[in-house]
Design a protein around this ligand. Structure first.
Ligand code: NAD
Length: 490
């Protein structure tokens, strides 16, 4: 589980198309978040390269046996792929940690096993879900047949490069599609290694392709006539642009996993305040709050607020800021200096508007690199302020207090987001009432965050998204349904 030397990480080429990796296109410097230094150049795709990637995927979809293969064999190839990903940990983990905000220890313990297990989960659907026979009169046979879309465009964010990509590509491929993935331009390389390992596992060349680029490349991918569906994870603003591009270029279906501003409700009947403090702290400091489901709004019942906040602050003090290549680091860097400045601006703005800073509120330099932001708590804030309303994507927790269950629900309600929520209470009836009332795609009770139950779908309500990642829903969203009616009297 060792630290690594960032100078010794060997990087793959930029693009991976039709089983070949290569660099082609204008070069852009890629910076490592831990200290802001350029560590590589990535080649950005132009429109011809987007075309080449999608054409290749289309040819592979039509000509390889991937879609026509027995679904069991498709599953076996993907299970081999997942095994190779785990076996490649010593290579893949430094690649992921170097260019992202994920500390090496977390990448080894969580990101890589979680990515591989997600691929296994979807592989196993390949021969288990299909069409059905429909009840009709006895003179007919009615049925549905499920079919892949063809080529799916997948666009991923930078916050968990491997895991977020796997949630897009695994259900698409298990369902028999070919995929062209565009990772974030800020974290381009680790998914290229995934593509190399797919070939090693026996997945046909061209079924999984990676192209690099910014929003323009993502837009071209969405609009390509041979792309039949787009699956996207990223900000709500980009999600709307993608939806519009897909509508304009062929009414293509979309799966959109977008932003959030998730509340955590803590009632004064909780039995173990230390445990709750631990959960709340973890929910806003994991990946330095650069998590779509970050629990960024603490709503706590009057009477226990002071005690809870003081225990959360103690937890914050345990976090160790440090470069992603050191095993001792537990507080992630912020992805870029621009994002760090934005976080500082939102917090300072809240203070100017009357918000009270309880802890944090400043950046932290490590070895001369000012890449970290101190876990921060603000109170005396409300929904009229950006700090409470907007997704910050940093370790900033806003605290509001409530007296009654109704007050709690009112504070929890957000004008646009509805991604996730947490409820902490010892009262089952109250918990179930909150579950029913909260407008969120996921509600966690007496915990906060995902488990290894991949069958539980994840996805947002309102402006937090459309459709689900994970679970049966995510697999089914990568297939179309064809209806068949046979006249048996003929
Ligand atoms: P982003 O929207 O800036 O970028 C995401 C991806 O979209 C990148 O690959 C980017 O190059 C691409 N892109 C940008 N403009 C595009 C366009 N016009 N057309 C097509 N593609 C385009 O998001 P980000 O900063 O990379 O990620 C952070 C955001 O992702 C946060 O809002 C976070 O909440 C969200 N997120 C959501 C989930 C979820 O499951 N709901 C999970 C992780 C992250």
């Amino acid at each position: 589980m060792g630290s690594f030397n960032p100078a010794n990480v060997s990087l793959p080429y930029s693009h991976y198309i039709g089983g070949e990796s290569f660099d082609s296109g204008t070069k852009m410097a890629v910076l490592r978040p831990s200290d802001g230094q350029a560590y590589a150049d990535v080649a950005l795709a132009d429109l011809d390269l987007v075309d080449r990637a999608v054409d290749n995927a289309w040819q592979a979809y039509k000509q390889s046996d991937w879609a026509k293969k027995s679904p069991r064999d498709r599953a076996k190839a993907m299970l081999r792929w997942a095994d190779l990903i785990v076996a490649d940990k010593e290579n893949l983990a430094p690649l992921e940690a170097l260019g992202s905000t994920r500390p090496i220890a977390a990448v080894k313990q969580w990101d890589i096993p979680f990515c591989a297990e997600g691929i296994r989960f979807f592989a196993e659907y390949a021969d288990k879900l299909g069409g059905e026979v429909i009840p009709t009169d006895h003179g007919h046979l009615g049925m549905t047949i499920t079919e892949p879309y063809g080529v799916i465009g997948a666009i991923a964010p930078w916050n968990f490069p491997l895991v977020m990509a796997s949630w897009k590509i695994a259900p698409a491929m298990a369902a028999g599609n070919a995929v062209v993935l565009k990772p974030s331009e800020m974290t381009p390389f680790s998914v290229v290694r995934l593509a190399e390992l797919a070939i090693a596992a026996g997945i046909p060349a061209g079924i999984f392709n990676v192209i690099q680029g910014d929003g323009k490349v993502g837009d071209a991918l969405c609009r390509h006539p041979l792309i039949s569906k787009v699956t996207f994870t990223g900000s709500t603003k980009t999600g709307a642009l993608i939806m519009s591009a897909c509508a304009q270029s062929g009414t293509k279906p979309v799966t959109l996993e977008l932003g959030g501003k998730s509340p955590q409700l803590v009632f004064d009947d909780v039995k173990d305040l230390d445990k709750v403090a631990q959960r709340i702290a973890a929910a806003i400091t994991t990946n330095s709050g650069q998590v779509c489901v970050a629990g960024s709004r603490l709503l706590v019942q009057e009477g226990i607020a002071e005690q809870l906040v003081s225990r959360i602050t103690e937890r914050f003090d345990d976090m160790v800021a440090g470069p992603t290549w050191q095993t001792s680091s537990t507080l992630s860097p912020i992805i870029s200096s621009r994002e760090l400045a934005r976080i500082e601006g939102v917090v300072q703005g809240a203070i100017k508007q009357g918000g009270e800073l309880l802890t944090g509120g400043q950046s932290v330099a490590v070895d001369g690199a000012n890449s970290f932001y101190k876990p921060t708590i603000l109170q005396q804030v409300d929904m009229s302020m950006d700090v409470v309303r907007e997704e910050i994507f940093g370790p900033v927790l806003c605290v509001e207090t409530f007296a009654t269950d109704e007050d709690a629900l009112q504070l929890a309600s957000h004008p646009s987001y509805g991604l996730s929520a947490g409820v902490h209470t010892a009262d089952l009836n109250r918990a179930m009432r909150m579950v029913r009332e909260l407008e969120a795609g996921t509600v966690w009770v007496n915990r906060y965050g995902r488990s290894w139950d991949f069958a539980i779908p994840t996805g947002g309500f309102k402006s937090s998204g459309i459709g689900k990642d994970l679970g049966r829903y995510a697999y089914e969203a990568n297939q179309k349904t064809k209806s068949v009616l046979i006249d048996l009297g003929a």
